[in-house]
Design a protein around this ligand. Structure first.
Ligand code: ADP
Ligand code: MG
Length: 398
């Protein structure tokens, strides 16, 4: 972040499928406000006052996006009793995040939800070949042929979720229906790391924001980190690469093997200490960081290079400290103070939630609806909450 001594915002990525923790981040903001009321945080900081803890109405905002999609479906001839299909993972651990959305849809929008895994949908879903109407008949429900207005994916972004051809066929069946998809397959792919790398290339932001002044486009571009493909072989895309990269295991074993590698890979070898490599995957735990990069590149099959991008690591502010409280450690009778909470150097990541409803060349609506803060120890590379790297946190204005 520090750039000429200034703190700036840098973008890690954007997600277009199964974006979680919107509802829980609202609950965390409420928890932090509640603790302020009840304890004043024991006077530990002058910044801890009500006006510095902003509202976070993510639940209402996300539900209004799904509600707008449902309304659009109904307005084009769909049944007003159609339901929103939540496509979930087996043994779903994020259920406590998802349920708030279901409650809000029911209580504020009078829209019912139906939850099914891909495995269940193999047999429970069908699409009418004439009308493209999507219906589901959940196995354990008295209701049959429930019309689906919106398919809301809280799963379907990992290869292991498609263990057999029937799972892909089911995804295509849902995609072929007239239900509104959140997201469609193309929109899911647009969230891929490769697309984010390509969007950073010269002229691309201008192409998608033709009506914006150059100064705004430059501001936006400044939030992007340097990115390139490992298979990239043009100097204009990769930039300068030193002619002799550091020796690698394969280079040592095969003479000058490394020198026949594409520029993108050579540059990743040379600058590995300030990079993260990312595949076309979501959900955390798939990236390769810093000192793990050289050996990883040695083992990467040449045809796999195009699946990976290199990204410059964001430099985070130093010396920021926070208290991390471990779940289940707050028993004062049995625990020592250092077991209950540890002070660590931390870094926080801000996420902004939004929805957009569009199709056939027109945008029906789009809105920014709330935020998420995740905080982690500064030496942890990954950032996921469900994967155990970080904790949910709140914005504190100072
Ligand atoms: P995923 O889509 O699997 O969540 P991300 O690209 O969001 O993968 O990366 C996971 C985490 O790794 C981020 O939340 C962040 O903590 C860390 N990370 C990713 N890219 C960078 C980067 N360029 N600089 C610093 N940290 C990064
Ligand atoms: Mg992601």
């Amino acid at each position: 972040m520090p750039e000429n001594g200034l703190q700036t915002l840098k973008q890690v990525e954007f997600n277009t499928i199964s974006v979680s923790f919107g509802c829980l981040s609202q609950r965390i903001a409420e928890l932090h406000r509640h603790l302020l009321l009840s304890t004043s945080y024991f006077g530990s900081s002058p910044h801890l006052k009500p006006e510095n803890l902003p509202q976070n109405d993510t639940i209402a905002g996300l539900a209004s996006g799904l509600g707008a999609a449902h309304a659009a479906y109904v307005s084009t001839g769909g049944s007003s009793t159609s339901k929103i299909l939540f496509v979930i993972q087996p043994g779903e651990r994020n259920v406590f995040d998802q349920k708030w959305l279901e409650y809000e849809l029911l209580e504020k929008h009078n829209i019912h939800a139906v939850r099914q895994t891909f495995e269940e949908l193999i047999t429970s879903s069908s699409v009418d070949p004439q009308t493209s109407l999507l219906t589901v008949s959940p196995k354990n429900s008295p209701e049959k042929d429930i019309e689906v207005s919106v398919v809301y994916y809280r799963s379907g972004y990992m290869p292991n979720e498609y263990p057999a051809p029937e799972y892909y066929e089911t995804r295509f069946r849902l995609e072929s229906s007239k239900a509104i998809k959140c997201p469609t397959i193309p929109l899911q792919l647009a969230g891929g790391k490769k697309v984010q790398e390509v969007l950073g290339r010269k002229g691309l932001v201008e192409r998608f924001l033709p009506d914006h002044p150059q100064s705004q486009i430059d501001d936006l571009r400044r939030t992007f980190m340097d990115m390139w493909g490992l298979d990239e072989d043009s100097h204009s895309a990769v930039g300068e690469v030193a002619s002799s990269p550091p020796p690698s295991a394969s280079a040592k074993a095969n003479g000058d093997a490394a020198s026949t590698e594409p520029l993108g890979t050579l540059k990743a070898r040379k600058e590995y200490a300030s990079l993260v490599l990312k595949p076309q995957r979501e959900g955390g735990g798939n990236n390769v960081y810093k000192e793990d990069i050289p050996a990883f590149l040695d083992g990467l099959a040449p045809q796999e290079r195009e699946a990976w991008i290199a990204m410059r690591l964001i430099e985070v502010p130093k010396g920021v400290k926070g208290w991390l409280v471990r779940a289940g450690s707050l028993d004062f009778a049995t625990s020592t103070p250092s077991e209950r909470a540890v002070q660590a150097e931390i870094v926080s990541e801000l996420g902004i939630f939004g929805w957009a409803l569009f199709g056939e060349g027109k945008v029906v609506g789009e809105e920014e609806v709330g935020w998420l803060v995740r905080t982690k120890g500064k030496d942890s590379n990954e950032g996921g909450v469900a994967t155990g790297f970080s904790v949910l946190d709140s914005v504190l204005l100072v």
